[in-house]
Design a protein around this ligand. Structure first.
Ligand SMILES: Nc1ncnc2c1ncn2[C@@H]1O[C@H](COP(=O)(O)OP(=O)(O)O)[C@@H](O)[C@H]1O
Ligand SMILES: [Mg+2]
Length: 272
Protein backbone atom coordinates (compact mmCIF):
# COMPACT_ATOMS: atom_id res chain seq x y z
CA UNK A 1 0.00 0.00 0.00
CA UNK A 2 1.15 3.49 -0.84
CA UNK A 3 2.18 5.60 2.16
CA UNK A 4 0.01 8.70 2.18
CA UNK A 5 0.93 12.21 3.26
CA UNK A 6 -1.59 11.88 6.07
CA UNK A 7 0.17 8.85 7.51
CA UNK A 8 3.42 10.76 7.33
CA UNK A 9 1.77 13.66 9.17
CA UNK A 10 2.77 16.19 6.54
CA UNK A 11 0.71 19.27 5.78
CA UNK A 12 2.83 20.40 2.85
CA UNK A 13 5.91 19.22 1.06
CA UNK A 14 8.16 20.34 -1.75
CA UNK A 15 10.59 18.00 -3.46
CA UNK A 16 13.53 19.11 -5.61
CA UNK A 17 11.85 22.48 -5.96
CA UNK A 18 13.39 24.99 -8.34
CA UNK A 19 12.18 28.42 -9.36
CA UNK A 20 13.85 30.70 -11.84
CA UNK A 21 12.71 34.17 -12.83
CA UNK A 22 13.57 35.79 -16.14
CA UNK A 23 15.85 34.24 -18.71
CA UNK A 24 19.24 34.48 -20.37
CA UNK A 25 21.67 36.80 -18.59
CA UNK A 26 18.82 38.19 -16.47
CA UNK A 27 17.95 34.76 -15.04
CA UNK A 28 17.54 34.61 -11.25
CA UNK A 29 17.54 31.22 -9.57
CA UNK A 30 15.34 32.01 -6.56
CA UNK A 31 15.09 28.37 -5.41
CA UNK A 32 17.65 25.76 -6.33
CA UNK A 33 16.63 22.23 -5.39
CA UNK A 34 14.76 22.66 -2.10
CA UNK A 35 13.31 19.67 -0.21
CA UNK A 36 11.10 20.66 2.73
CA UNK A 37 8.29 18.91 4.55
CA UNK A 38 6.05 20.95 6.84
CA UNK A 39 4.70 18.71 9.61
CA UNK A 40 1.02 18.79 10.49
CA UNK A 41 0.15 20.81 13.60
CA UNK A 42 3.64 22.26 13.92
CA UNK A 43 4.65 25.90 13.99
CA UNK A 44 7.61 26.25 11.62
CA UNK A 45 9.65 29.44 11.21
CA UNK A 46 11.53 30.11 7.97
CA UNK A 47 14.49 32.47 8.18
CA UNK A 48 17.20 33.68 5.85
CA UNK A 49 18.71 36.84 4.37
CA UNK A 50 16.70 39.13 2.13
CA UNK A 51 16.53 37.61 -1.36
CA UNK A 52 17.21 34.05 -0.13
CA UNK A 53 13.89 32.79 -1.57
CA UNK A 54 11.61 32.76 1.50
CA UNK A 55 8.62 34.50 -0.10
CA UNK A 56 9.01 32.49 -3.31
CA UNK A 57 9.00 29.25 -1.30
CA UNK A 58 5.86 30.26 0.64
CA UNK A 59 3.99 31.34 -2.50
CA UNK A 60 4.79 28.08 -4.28
CA UNK A 61 3.94 25.92 -1.26
CA UNK A 62 0.56 27.67 -1.02
CA UNK A 63 -0.14 27.18 -4.72
CA UNK A 64 -0.03 30.92 -5.44
CA UNK A 65 2.86 30.62 -7.87
CA UNK A 66 4.02 27.76 -10.11
CA UNK A 67 7.43 26.13 -9.71
CA UNK A 68 9.94 25.85 -12.55
CA UNK A 69 10.72 22.27 -11.51
CA UNK A 70 10.03 19.75 -8.77
CA UNK A 71 6.95 18.60 -6.89
CA UNK A 72 4.62 20.53 -4.58
CA UNK A 73 2.23 18.71 -2.27
CA UNK A 74 -0.54 20.22 -0.17
CA UNK A 75 -1.72 17.50 2.17
CA UNK A 76 -2.29 14.47 -0.05
CA UNK A 77 -2.54 16.38 -3.28
CA UNK A 78 0.25 17.04 -5.76
CA UNK A 79 -0.84 20.51 -6.76
CA UNK A 80 1.31 21.02 -9.84
CA UNK A 81 -1.10 18.69 -11.65
CA UNK A 82 -4.27 20.55 -10.70
CA UNK A 83 -6.35 22.85 -12.86
CA UNK A 84 -6.59 26.50 -11.79
CA UNK A 85 -10.13 25.94 -10.54
CA UNK A 86 -9.26 22.84 -8.49
CA UNK A 87 -6.29 24.67 -7.02
CA UNK A 88 -8.37 27.76 -6.17
CA UNK A 89 -10.96 25.64 -4.36
CA UNK A 90 -8.34 23.63 -2.44
CA UNK A 91 -6.57 26.83 -1.39
CA UNK A 92 -9.76 28.65 -0.40
CA UNK A 93 -10.95 25.78 1.80
CA UNK A 94 -7.66 24.73 3.38
CA UNK A 95 -5.04 27.48 3.28
CA UNK A 96 -4.70 30.93 4.88
CA UNK A 97 -2.03 33.29 3.61
CA UNK A 98 -0.64 36.48 5.16
CA UNK A 99 1.22 38.36 2.43
CA UNK A 100 4.34 40.39 3.12
CA UNK A 101 2.58 43.29 1.33
CA UNK A 102 -0.83 42.52 3.01
CA UNK A 103 -2.81 42.39 -0.31
CA UNK A 104 -5.96 43.91 1.17
CA UNK A 105 -8.74 44.90 -1.22
CA UNK A 106 -8.61 48.74 -1.20
CA UNK A 107 -12.34 49.22 -1.83
CA UNK A 108 -13.44 47.00 1.07
CA UNK A 109 -13.49 47.96 4.74
CA UNK A 110 -11.38 46.06 7.28
CA UNK A 111 -14.40 43.86 8.07
CA UNK A 112 -15.12 43.34 4.37
CA UNK A 113 -11.54 42.16 3.93
CA UNK A 114 -11.79 39.79 6.90
CA UNK A 115 -15.04 38.32 5.49
CA UNK A 116 -13.66 38.04 1.95
CA UNK A 117 -12.74 34.32 2.18
CA UNK A 118 -16.40 33.55 3.01
CA UNK A 119 -17.73 35.80 0.23
CA UNK A 120 -15.43 34.13 -2.28
CA UNK A 121 -16.70 30.75 -1.10
CA UNK A 122 -20.29 32.01 -1.53
CA UNK A 123 -21.34 31.55 2.09
CA UNK A 124 -21.78 33.39 5.37
CA UNK A 125 -19.66 32.53 8.43
CA UNK A 126 -21.20 29.91 10.74
CA UNK A 127 -21.89 30.76 14.39
CA UNK A 128 -18.56 29.13 15.29
CA UNK A 129 -16.76 31.18 12.67
CA UNK A 130 -18.45 34.41 13.79
CA UNK A 131 -17.20 33.69 17.31
CA UNK A 132 -13.71 33.11 15.97
CA UNK A 133 -13.78 36.36 13.98
CA UNK A 134 -14.95 38.33 17.04
CA UNK A 135 -12.13 36.83 19.07
CA UNK A 136 -9.53 37.64 16.37
CA UNK A 137 -10.78 41.22 16.00
CA UNK A 138 -10.61 41.64 19.76
CA UNK A 139 -7.16 40.11 20.22
CA UNK A 140 -5.77 42.03 17.27
CA UNK A 141 -7.14 45.33 18.60
CA UNK A 142 -9.21 46.01 15.47
CA UNK A 143 -12.65 46.61 17.03
CA UNK A 144 -12.64 50.36 16.43
CA UNK A 145 -11.23 50.03 12.90
CA UNK A 146 -13.64 47.56 11.28
CA UNK A 147 -15.36 50.15 9.09
CA UNK A 148 -12.19 51.81 7.84
CA UNK A 149 -10.70 51.12 4.43
CA UNK A 150 -7.07 50.03 4.12
CA UNK A 151 -5.82 53.53 3.14
CA UNK A 152 -7.29 54.84 6.42
CA UNK A 153 -5.29 52.30 8.45
CA UNK A 154 -1.66 52.28 9.56
CA UNK A 155 0.69 49.63 8.15
CA UNK A 156 0.46 47.70 11.42
CA UNK A 157 -3.36 47.80 11.37
CA UNK A 158 -3.43 46.62 7.75
CA UNK A 159 -1.11 43.78 8.71
CA UNK A 160 -3.43 42.77 11.56
CA UNK A 161 -6.45 42.82 9.22
CA UNK A 162 -4.52 40.53 6.86
CA UNK A 163 -3.80 38.17 9.78
CA UNK A 164 -7.47 38.13 10.85
CA UNK A 165 -8.47 37.37 7.24
CA UNK A 166 -6.01 34.47 7.02
CA UNK A 167 -7.22 32.90 10.29
CA UNK A 168 -10.97 33.63 9.97
CA UNK A 169 -11.94 30.35 8.31
CA UNK A 170 -9.72 28.30 10.66
CA UNK A 171 -7.65 26.85 7.78
CA UNK A 172 -5.61 23.65 8.32
CA UNK A 173 -2.53 25.40 7.01
CA UNK A 174 -1.49 29.02 7.47
CA UNK A 175 1.40 30.67 5.67
CA UNK A 176 2.49 34.01 7.09
CA UNK A 177 5.16 36.09 5.36
CA UNK A 178 6.80 38.38 7.95
CA UNK A 179 3.50 38.85 9.80
CA UNK A 180 5.09 40.95 12.55
CA UNK A 181 7.27 43.06 10.25
CA UNK A 182 5.21 46.24 10.72
CA UNK A 183 4.08 45.75 14.30
CA UNK A 184 5.26 47.29 17.55
CA UNK A 185 6.56 44.76 20.06
CA UNK A 186 3.28 44.47 21.98
CA UNK A 187 1.04 43.74 18.98
CA UNK A 188 3.82 41.60 17.49
CA UNK A 189 3.82 39.48 20.65
CA UNK A 190 0.01 39.09 20.44
CA UNK A 191 0.25 37.94 16.80
CA UNK A 192 2.90 35.38 17.76
CA UNK A 193 0.69 34.11 20.59
CA UNK A 194 -2.22 33.84 18.12
CA UNK A 195 -0.12 31.78 15.71
CA UNK A 196 1.30 29.60 18.48
CA UNK A 197 -2.25 29.01 19.85
CA UNK A 198 -3.50 28.18 16.36
CA UNK A 199 -1.00 25.32 16.28
CA UNK A 200 -0.96 24.23 19.93
CA UNK A 201 -4.65 24.64 20.84
CA UNK A 202 -6.28 24.11 17.45
CA UNK A 203 -3.83 21.77 15.68
CA UNK A 204 -3.40 24.12 12.73
CA UNK A 205 -0.14 24.02 10.80
CA UNK A 206 1.73 27.31 10.70
CA UNK A 207 4.65 28.27 8.45
CA UNK A 208 5.98 31.76 9.17
CA UNK A 209 8.73 33.73 7.50
CA UNK A 210 10.51 36.09 9.85
CA UNK A 211 13.72 38.07 10.21
CA UNK A 212 13.28 38.31 13.95
CA UNK A 213 15.00 35.73 16.22
CA UNK A 214 12.52 36.56 19.02
CA UNK A 215 9.59 35.73 16.69
CA UNK A 216 11.27 32.53 15.44
CA UNK A 217 11.82 31.42 19.04
CA UNK A 218 8.01 30.89 19.29
CA UNK A 219 8.21 28.16 16.64
CA UNK A 220 8.65 24.41 17.13
CA UNK A 221 11.16 24.27 14.32
CA UNK A 222 13.37 26.77 12.48
CA UNK A 223 14.43 26.41 8.84
CA UNK A 224 17.16 28.56 7.33
CA UNK A 225 17.37 29.42 3.64
CA UNK A 226 20.39 30.97 1.94
CA UNK A 227 20.71 31.71 -1.74
CA UNK A 228 17.82 29.46 -2.79
CA UNK A 229 18.99 26.50 -0.68
CA UNK A 230 17.81 25.03 2.61
CA UNK A 231 20.93 25.28 4.79
CA UNK A 232 19.67 24.28 8.24
CA UNK A 233 16.68 22.60 9.87
CA UNK A 234 16.62 22.93 13.66
CA UNK A 235 14.26 22.05 16.49
CA UNK A 236 12.95 24.82 18.78
CA UNK A 237 15.71 27.34 19.56
CA UNK A 238 16.03 30.26 21.93
CA UNK A 239 16.28 33.75 20.40
CA UNK A 240 19.94 33.82 21.53
CA UNK A 241 20.73 30.53 19.76
CA UNK A 242 19.02 31.76 16.59
CA UNK A 243 20.91 35.08 16.64
CA UNK A 244 24.21 33.28 17.19
CA UNK A 245 23.53 30.96 14.25
CA UNK A 246 22.59 33.88 11.97
CA UNK A 247 25.73 35.81 12.88
CA UNK A 248 27.94 32.78 12.25
CA UNK A 249 26.22 32.07 8.92
CA UNK A 250 26.63 35.71 7.85
CA UNK A 251 30.31 35.64 8.72
CA UNK A 252 30.68 32.47 6.60
CA UNK A 253 29.21 34.16 3.54
CA UNK A 254 31.20 37.43 3.80
CA UNK A 255 33.35 37.71 0.69
CA UNK A 256 36.86 36.45 1.37
CA UNK A 257 39.99 37.87 -0.16
CA UNK A 258 42.43 35.23 1.03
CA UNK A 259 40.95 31.88 0.06
CA UNK A 260 38.54 29.96 -2.13
CA UNK A 261 34.85 31.02 -1.96
CA UNK A 262 33.16 29.92 1.25
CA UNK A 263 31.23 26.68 0.88
CA UNK A 264 28.26 28.21 2.65
CA UNK A 265 25.96 25.19 2.48
CA UNK A 266 28.46 22.70 3.90
CA UNK A 267 29.80 25.05 6.54
CA UNK A 268 26.34 26.18 7.67
CA UNK A 269 25.40 22.52 7.94
CA UNK A 270 28.42 21.92 10.16
CA UNK A 271 27.20 24.57 12.58
CA UNK A 272 24.09 22.57 13.42
N1 LIG B 1 8.65 38.32 -9.69
C1 LIG B 1 9.98 38.27 -9.69
N2 LIG B 1 10.70 38.52 -10.81
C2 LIG B 1 12.04 38.46 -10.81
N3 LIG B 1 12.78 38.13 -9.74
C3 LIG B 1 12.14 37.86 -8.59
C4 LIG B 1 10.71 37.93 -8.50
N4 LIG B 1 10.35 37.60 -7.23
C5 LIG B 1 11.50 37.36 -6.56
N5 LIG B 1 12.57 37.52 -7.38
C6 LIG B 1 13.99 37.30 -7.02
O1 LIG B 1 14.09 36.00 -6.46
C7 LIG B 1 14.97 36.00 -5.34
C8 LIG B 1 14.23 35.51 -4.10
O2 LIG B 1 13.22 36.48 -3.78
P1 LIG B 1 12.24 36.31 -2.53
O3 LIG B 1 11.64 34.96 -2.58
O4 LIG B 1 11.32 37.48 -2.54
O5 LIG B 1 13.26 36.39 -1.30
P2 LIG B 1 13.01 36.74 0.25
O6 LIG B 1 11.54 36.63 0.52
O7 LIG B 1 13.84 35.72 0.98
O8 LIG B 1 13.54 38.12 0.47
C9 LIG B 1 15.51 37.42 -5.22
O9 LIG B 1 16.74 37.47 -5.93
C10 LIG B 1 14.46 38.24 -5.92
O10 LIG B 1 14.99 39.42 -6.45
MG1 LIG C 1 10.17 38.03 1.25
Amino acid sequence: MRTTMNELGLAARVYRLTKTYGGGSAEVRALDGVDVAIRRGEFTAIMGPSGSGKSTLMHIMAGLDAPTGGEVWLGETEITGLSDLELTILRRRRVGFVFQSFNLVPTLTALGNILLPFDLDGRAPSALERGRIDDLVDRLGLSSRLHHRPHELSGGQQQRVAIARALATGPDLVFADEPTGNLDSRSGAEVLRLLADASRAHGQTIAMVTHDPVAAAHADRVLFLADGHLVADKPRQTAEQISAYMLAAEAETEPRTDAAPAASVASAGALR
